[in-house]
Design a protein around this ligand. Structure first.
Ligand code: AMP
Length: 312
């Protein structure tokens, strides 16, 4: 069976330090986090590259979630490695080191593995690669989403602007939205991004949740206030995985589904941050997910109030 959602991105080894501990060579990467989160909602295939030092456990975890790994190439070089740190501001990752390694010569083969995905998620990776993939597809997927980060906005802005013209939905965090557009105000930044191509923009605001700007307006999807938050790494990718997994199954044309999908994004991100790496997302029960969806309803759902009826 061909997966409905194809994610192209990084599969990485991460060294991460937070105020609550640290991990070395943790299994991570944008496609890894996104793939696991999305796998609870739809069928997923990953296109990425790993090096000779990549542990088999990474494949086992993905296959344990029925993620199709045929698109993960094995290179003779080393795996992409990221070193990041969070201080008490858990909203901002400080990149200490980025070793592109096998990413430098990566030429992803999407069509060869997955000729016609319904949804394509160009997760955080070199925008030149993202553009090349879109150009190589014989037919445009129904939904094309893209994520990026400061590293690429700085190094490859032209390539990024070019690919933005061709996508439907961008996920980006607030500082990166400001960096990309030069607008401090997030409403204006989102509007500027929408004028660059994507009709929907998901602005990720860490522990303040996400704002979804779309044709019909803006929707706020909160982050769950949790007693235990250990490691925000991968929260953005898990959000995108949940969001796009849901939209793949339910369609992205209706604002109602877009709103529900962003709550599903927040649900998956809330599991992600509760532990290091993918420990919080790799084996969730249906009951745990249903319970968390209910918690979000309690957190942010309310019946509309008619002022005329309720006022003194
Ligand atoms: P996030 O969801 O934004 O926290 O993304 C975390 C993941 O992004 C980590 O697992 C890293 O391996 C990956 N990452 C870090 N830097 C880059 C980069 N320049 N390109 C692609 N992926 C990256």
């Amino acid at each position: 069976m061909m997966p409905k959602l194809v994610i192209v991105g990084t599969v990485a080894l991460d060294d991460v330090t937070t105020p609550f501990g640290s991990v070395n060579r943790a299994l991570g990467g944008s496609a890894f986090y996104g793939g696991i989160a999305a796998s609870y909602w739809t069928s997923v295939g990953i296109v990425a590259v790993v090096g000779t030092d990549y542990p088999e456990e990474g494949f086992r975890i993905l296959e344990g979630r029925s993620v199709d790994t045929r698109g993960i190439e094995r290179s003779q070089e080393k795996t992409f490695a990221w070193t990041g740190e969070y201080t008490y501001d858990l909203n901002t990752a400080i990149t200490r080191d980025t070793r592109l390694n096998c990413l430098l010569s990566f030429n992803p083969k999407v069509v060869e593995h997955y000729p016609a995905p319904e949804t394509l998620f160009l997760a955080n990776i070199d925008p030149e690669i993202q553009g090349r993939i879109l150009d190589s597809l014989p037919a445009r997927p129904r939904l094309v989403a893209l994520d990026t980060m400061n590293y690429w906005i700085e190094a490859k802005k032209d390539a990024l602007l070019k690919v933005l013209k061709k996508i439907d939905l961008l996920t980006i965090n607030e500082s990166e939205a400001r960096q990309l557009t030069g607008e401090f105000n997030l409403v204006l930044a989102a509007r500027a991004i929408r004028s660059l191509g994507p009709s929907a923009v998901v602005l990720k605001k860490g522990e303040n949740g996400a704002l979804v700007f779309y044709e019909g307006g803006v929707f706020a999807s909160p982050a769950m206030p949790l007693e235990v938050v250990k490691d925000p790494t991968g929260a953005g990718d898990s959000f995108a995985g949940g969001l796009l997994g849901y939209l793949t199954v339910h369609g992205h044309q209706s604002p109602e589904f877009l709103k529900q999908a962003s709550i599903i994004g927040s649900v998956m991100a809330s599991f992600c941050v509760s532990d290091f790496g993918v420990a919080g997302t790799r084996s969730l029960s249906p009951e745990a997910i249903s319970g968390r969806i209910r918690d979000f309803g309690d957190l942010a759902g309310f019946r509309r109030i008619d002022y005329e009826e309720r006022r003194l």
